[in-house]
Design a protein around this ligand. Structure first.
Ligand code: CDT
Length: 311
């Protein structure tokens, strides 16, 4: 019997600043119902799915920044999502800004959770690769202040056995880094769930803009193939507060092939029946890590962050 997980990338169109969490949750519930009608086991929502992508603004008032964060999960505004998913027996991935008291202080993380079919949170991840900058840079058309508003995640990349497979998570910019997938690959991951918010325009490198969708897929397809895993990428996209973000949500097989892809830049469900046993032939042959990897030769990867070319 193949291990089939029917998965939906639940792409969201724009969420404007004036839109409250209730309206975002209502849209996600509508997608959950569609997923239920299509026999889905798991739905992947985007990064920071409850609000507009607020790191585009420089804010000096910490209370204003904190208004975009969740102090509890679930909370009254998000409880309907948990209730409906449980009623439909669907698991889900949700990205949100997490404000938590830890080590005796308030901490801010860009977080995702995996909720199983019973409504229990079974895995939490805090984004490690925070892109952008920490100070106001007025020359930009818009800011990307993730390095200001979030701390680097402190949970590494955990994976868990859930929904019949070995599942892991990453968030947006993480998908561009091979280390993200490899750390989970070394734990036998069979499906990596990724939510993202990717502005088309990258102010420091506008020459990349026309390649945005290509780079999105290139990185996720490589991660899937090189680790023998499924990858599910779910965008928040469209024109949000005047800033265009790419869609192109996709479900990628361990072969590296895209098996389903979004057609719009709006709320849309992208569905695929994923055979988790398809991972095995990659994990056991070309990417049999135990047989072929040479970790003794990879020391620089953990010893050094930036490249140092020879003299
Ligand atoms: N949200 C997020 O991580 N976005 C980044 C934008 C990179 S440009 C600063 C991404 O990698 O898609």
């Amino acid at each position: 019997m193949p291990r089939i997980l029917t998965v939906a990338a639940a792409q969201l169109g724009p969420i404007q600043r004036a839109d409250d969490r209730g309206s975002a949750v209502a849209r996600m519930c509508a997608l959950l119902r569609q997923a239920g009608a299509n026999g889905c086991d798991l739905v992947v929502f985007p990064e920071l799915a409850l609000t507009t992508f607020f790191p585009r603004w420089f804010m000096e008032d910490q209370a204003e920044v904190d208004s975009f964060f969740e102090r509890a999960m679930p909370a009254p505004e998000t409880q309907p999502l948990f209730d409906l998913a449980k009623e439909l027996a669907i698991g889900f991935y949700l990205g949100f800004a997490e404000l938590v008291e830890e080590e005796g202080r308030l901490r801010h993380f860009n977080t995702s959770i995996l909720v199983d079919k019973t409504g229990a949170i079974v895995l939490k991840y805090r984004k490690i690769h925070l892109p952008g900058h920490a100070e106001h840079e007025p020359w930009r058309a818009f800011q990307h202040l993730e390095k200001r508003y979030f701390e680097v995640g402190n949970l590494n990349w955990p994976v868990t056995r859930s929904l019949g497979g070995v599942l892991g998570m990453a968030i947006c910019n993480d998908r561009r880094w091979p280390e993200t997938y490899r750390v989970m690959g070394l734990q036998g991951v069979e499906m990596v769930l990724i939510g993202y918010n990717t502005p088309r325009h990258n102010p420091p490198a506008p020459e990349h803009d026309r390649l945005s969708e290509f780079h999105n897929h290139l990185a996720m397809q490589a991660g899937a193939y090189q680790n023998g895993t499924w990858v599910v990428g779910a965008a928040k996209c469209g024109v949000e507060e005047g800033c265009e973000m790419i869609g192109a949500s996709a479900i990628i097989a361990p072969t590296g092939q895209i098996v389903a892809q979004a057609l719009t830049q709006d709320d849309e469900l992208v569905i695929a029946r994923c055979d988790l046993d398809l991972c095995a032939s990659y994990k056991e042959t070309t990417f049999n890590f135990a047989r072929h990897r040479q970790p003794d030769q990879y020391g620089l990867i953990t010893a050094r962050a930036g490249a140092i070319p020879p003299d």
